[in-house]
Design a protein around this ligand. Structure first.
Ligand code: 4NP
Length: 160
């Protein structure tokens, strides 16, 4: 049985990418595809390695029924590009940082999350870390829209 896997990437792996991971894990579970679709997240930076997601991200996600408490931050490495079919970044700075660690042959695996929700009208998921609560709600809205589109893409890959 074939599998596909995705790794979400932001700067710290404590706000945006764990939120995307939590949203995607629920969509995958609801679709009955836990055995077929692997989901993970990582940061391009090393400041928060080993930490649980930001309290504000956990609270906001929790209010929508996503439990991020078991997640721990880690840093992306070159080997991840061999392990994942897609490496999905939140913003352009993440893409630039990913290009620096990605083996050249695997660069086509790097995508922007919001490419999977063209109808949402935003190219990137903005960093909520230095802002207020509204930023975390916006991240959740964007992750919910884009992860639904991403699930469609992964289903197509499984079928193809
Ligand atoms: P994230 O947010 O990239 O969505 O996890 C950030 C977390 C930490 C920092 C910046 C952004 N920081 O500067 O420590």
């Amino acid at each position: 049985m074939n599998m596909v896997s995705v790794c979400f990437v932001c700067l710290g792996n404590i706000c945006r990418s764990p939120t995307a991971e939590g949203v995607m894990r629920r969509l995958v579970a609801d679709a009955g595809l836990v055995e077929r679709i692997g989901v993970d997240s990582a940061g391009t930076g090393d400041w928060h390695i080993g930490e649980a997601p930001d309290e504000r991200a956990r609270q906001a996600a929790g209010r929508r029924g996503y439990d991020l408490s078991a997640l721990r931050a880690r840093q992306i490495d070159a080997g991840d590009f061999g392990r994942f079919d897609l490496v999905v970044a939140m913003d352009d700075a993440n893409v630039t940082a990913l290009h620096r660690v990605c083996p050249p042959a695997q660069r086509e695996k790097i995508r922007l999350l919001m490419d999977f929700a063209p109808q949402a009208g935003s190219r990137v998921v903005a960093d909520p870390y230095f802002g207020g609560a509204a930023g975390f709600e916006a991240v959740l809205d964007q992750c919910e829209a884009a992860c639904a589109g991403l699930l469609d893409e992964l289903r197509a890959r499984l079928a193809g």
